[in-house]
Design a protein around this ligand. Structure first.
Ligand code: ADP
Ligand code: ADP
Ligand code: MG
Length: 457
């Protein structure tokens, strides 16, 4: 099979821009889709052609499967890259793409389904020999059963929506009398956000670190890992700063072998192909536990590209076209350290509330070891319709300390007027001793913000 000639990008923002750029580099024609709010967007200008698919709300545009499939048909695209979020993990969409005779640039619908239900994914991972967090066997049906399981696990426990994502539908329960309410709220969130009211229980790992492994598999069962990323700097269970390699793994080098082997085993067990990420929580004792697999490209994939020099989107395209993954494990090496900062149009002073507005001046930082992925530019309106992430700054250097310094400097040089962003907040975080020493856990950022507020008051 040859590479594609024309690919439709079913996404927006920085990731749609990135995909369009990779397509151009490879001589593949690109088709953007856009909502009415994005008619002048950067991703539209970077693509060779574009199709307007509907009004601003995502339900009527970027999630409008009929309109996207029709756009692919009308433009003669052979394949669809879903990016991340939006339709990237939608089983029905992946099926419809195939039924339309197009290629979905991602895993099979069966693989998405196997990992899409997080309660079932735990079983799959465990059967493959990948350690999972102690918890319920599958979803918990009633409150009495949940009580018994939580008691056996020992509090605190975590209630999670089986269909969850983006940190939504999760609740930490510290004591038995709070369990019933958490079950109800997670069931409700699961039903309203993901159309799935099933919930399951996990032991809450105290002061955990979030470490994940990037994998790539082709259609012939050949796969490699591309080392790990650490994403422990989070707010509301959402990543803000990510890095590769994980400083925790660097400090405990004996972990890497088991961690990457477990990730490859989980992916192999479902006949995975294309790019994917296996996520783990890691205790302070260095024990790691599978939490979920994201069957798509992740926001933070760029730090992996920086340290390995591997073009993940390029491989996604080749693999989807049926080409073999010629990369061998021994070819994948880890050079230096990379850090990603997610730049949001939000107000860190006001609980990180999104701050839409019009960008006036906009000049991305440049320089050695600096990559800046964005979907906006001067005169762009950041609307309330979409995720408020406007850019990703990725810095790469020979070591972590230098990558951190580069990030702080690049944030300083980044010029953006007219919009409230978390730029200064990111600089403050990067400059803390805790970040410098990587002495953080997933609760650190929120504790830090709370303490800073108290000190101000
Ligand atoms: P990831 O799991 O890739 O690290 P997050 O957990 O931050 O991503 O994001 C949660 C969900 O929201 C994911 O499904 C991600 O794809 C989606 N998402 C995050 N940012 C955006 C964005 N700017 N546009 C669309 N979807 C997004
Ligand atoms: P989502 O599908 O929303 O991304 P995850 O299951 O990946 O949800 O969990 C999101 C975050 O919540 C993780 O990055 C981690 O910080 C935290 N987390 C998840 N499971 C546990 C656990 N069992 N113990 C402690 N923290 C956890
Ligand atoms: Mg996750």
């Amino acid at each position: 099979m040859a590479a594609f000639r024309k690919v439709l990008i079913a996404n927006r923002g920085e990731i749609a821009c990135r995909i369009a750029t990779v397509l151009r580099q490879r001589g593949i024609a690109s088709v953007a889709v856009c909502s009415e709010a994005d008619a002048d967007a950067r991703h539209v200008r970077l693509a060779d052609e574009h199709v307007l698919i509907g009004p601003p709300p995502v339900a009527q545009s970027y999630l409008n499967q009929d309109a996207i499939l029709e756009a692919a048909r009308a433009t003669g695209a052979e394949a669809i890259h879903p990016g991340y979020g939006l339709l990237s993990e939608n089983i029905g969409f992946a099926r419809r793409v195939a039924e339309a005779g197009l290629v979905f640039i991602g895993p099979t619908p069966e693989a998405i389904e196997a990992m899409g239900d997080k309660a079932r994914a735990r079983e799959t991972a465990r059967a493959a020999g990948c350690p999972v967090v102690p918890g319920s066997d599958g979803p918990v049906e009633d409150d009495a059963e949940a009580d018994r399981i939580a008691e056996a696990l020992g509090y605190p426990v975590l209630v999670k929506a089986a269909g969850g994502g983006g940190g939504i539908g999760m609740a930490i329960v510290e004591q038995p009398d709070k369990l019933a309410r958490a079950l109800t709220s997670c069931r409700d969130r699961g039903r309203s956000s993901f159309g799935n009211a099933a919930v399951y229980l996990e032991k809450y790992i105290e002061r955990p670190r979030h470490i994940e492994v990037q994998v790539l598999f082709d259609h012939f069962g050949h796969g490699v890992h591309l080392f790990e990323r650490e994403c422990s700097v989070q707010r509301r269970h959402q990543k803000v700063i990510e890095e590769a390699p994980s400083p925790f793994v660097v400090a405990h080098p004996e972990m890497r072998e088991g961690l990457t082997r477990a990730a490859l085993a989980a992916a192999s067990a479902i006949g995975y192909r294309n790019a994917g990420t296996v996520e783990f929580v890691v205790g302070q004792d260095g024990r790691f536990y599978f939490i979920e697999m994201n069957t798509r490209l992740q926001v933070e994939h760029a730090v992996t590209e920086a340290i390995t020099g591997v073009d993940l989107i390029g491989w996604q395209l080749d693999i989807a076209a049926g080409l073999p993954l010629t990369l061998q494990q021994a070819d994948v090496t880890c050079n230096g350290a990379a850090i990603e900062c997610r730049i949001y149009a939000e107000d860190p002073e006001k609980s990180f509330v999104p701050k839409p507005g019009r960008i006036a001046a906009f000049e991305p930082p440049t320089g050695e070891g600096v990559r800046f992925d964005t979907g906006v530019g001067p005169d762009t309106d950041v609307t309330p319709y979409y995720d408020p992430m406007i850019a990703k700054l990725v810095t790469h250097a020979g070591d972590r300390a230098e990558a951190t310094t580069r990030a702080i400097d690049a944030l300083e040089r980044f010029r953006i007027d007219g919009l409230t962003t978390n730029r200064a907040f990111l600089q403050t975080i990067l400059a803390t001793d805790t970040f410098r020493q990587a002495d953080y856990d997933t609760g650190w950022l929120e504790r830090y913000v709370k303490a800073a507020r108290k000190a101000q008051a």
